[in-house]
Write a protein that binds this ligand. Structure first.
Ligand code: ZN
Length: 352
């Protein structure tokens, strides 16, 4: 079938919203008509990377409805509302998502992962999960990346326990989900750090108990003062060389023979090598990475939807900007680049 997609044709050029042609679903594939998609910082990294292969289809969190499926797909059916995500739902070593194929300007191309900046997607079945038909299909589009990455980092990767202390560096779309996850985990103190005062005010809506404006001085010292030495877990939702050091220094040092130090959790994706002061690790601090919140979407996504219904995961407050239609993509990308988006922005293509 023919659809429209925002194609990254050439580095440094705006995305081209053009016709692409999708094949009928193979045995393990699902054809989804998309309702809405999020606009995530990862795509900015792809757009800014001169080594990114082109043409490329981008976007990796969405909702939609199943139009057709391959014969081996039995967890979703025609007419089902679904979440489309980059995190495999139940992957094993043998059943990794495989690329799907599309035609663009007359040539066959392989979509290396998922794509959601398109009106339809041909997706591998691992990247499509059922969505409760009773929930809105717009704000739930951010479950497939922002929510799973942020909430998952707290509950799946770090496994924060009630009463433990948490700091989050960078309270954008993922950072506010770290805050919400820390609140769900009943963390004792939840500290938000950012350079943007309006983001810090907004962070309080998701459970931040303390906010630190990193322009006002050293945020590590401020955290040490607030917590009497450092937090149990410090999350970096940015992945910058400076914040990667700060999350280590902001965790509490261990006490030899009594307890280990705190844990720094890297969520944001560094865009190059980083030089570290390794002395920071000496007092038994740990540094771990989190990708896709260490999640198991088959169980976690229904839980996120349930928390959304109960108000614990206020997706409607997290989505602060809604664009109508795929043609707004370049406007949406530019606004995110300019730092104008608090929380997450989405594009809505259609509503059920
Ligand atoms: Zn993302």
């Amino acid at each position: 079938m023919k659809t429209r997609a925002a194609v990254h044709v050439q580095h440094g050029q705006p995305l081209a919203v053009e016709e692409v042609e999708l094949a009928d679903p193979g045995p393990e594939e699902v054809l989804v008509k998309l309702f809405a998609s999020g606009i995530c910082h990862s795509q900015l990294h792809q757009l800014h990377n001169p080594a990114q292969a082109t043409p490329a289809l981008l976007g990796h969190e969405a909702t939609g409805v199943v139009l057709a499926k391959g014969r081996e797909v039995d967890h979703v059916h025609e007419g089902d509302h679904v979440i489309v995500t980059w995190v495999p739902r139940d992957s094993t070593e043998e059943a990794r998502p495989r690329p799907t194929v599309y035609r663009f300007r007359g040539e066959e191309q392989r979509a290396s992962g998922i794509y959601t900046w398109a009106e339809h997607v041909l997706a591998h079945e691992q990247l499509v999960l059922p969505l409760d038909p009773d929930v809105p299909v717009d704000v739930t589009a951010i479950i497939g990346c922002a929510v799973v990455t942020g909430v998952g980092a707290v509950l799946g990767t770090a496994k924060v326990q009630p009463g433990q202390t948490v700091a989050v560096f960078g309270v954008g779309g993922v950072g506010i989900n770290v805050l919400a996850g820390a609140k769900i985990a009943q963390a004792g103190r939840i500290i938000a750090v950012d350079l943007e005062p309006s983001k810090l005010d907004y962070a309080r809506e998701f459970g931040a108990t303390d906010c630190i404006d990193a322009r006002d001085g050293d945020p590590v010292e401020a955290i040490q003062e607030l917590t009497g030495g450092g937090v149990d877990f410090a999350f970096d939702a940015i992945g910058h060389e400076v914040t990667m050091q700060q999350i280590v220094a902001a965790t509490k040092p261990g006490v030899l023979g009594v307890r280990r130090g705190g844990t720094a959790v890297l969520i944001g994706i560094p865009q190059g090598p980083v030089t570290f002061n390794a002395r920071l690790f000496t007092p038994e601090r740990s540094f771990i990475g989190s990708l896709g919140g260490s999640s198991h979407p088959i169980e976690d996504y229904p839980q996120y939807v349930q928390w959304f219904k109960e108000g614990a995961l206020p997706l409607d407050k997290m989505v602060t900007k809604t664009y109508e239609g795929l043609d707004s993509i370049n406007e949406g990308v530019a606004a995110l680049e300019r730092g104008e988006i608090r929380g997450r922005s989405i594009m809505v293509y259609d509503r059920p």
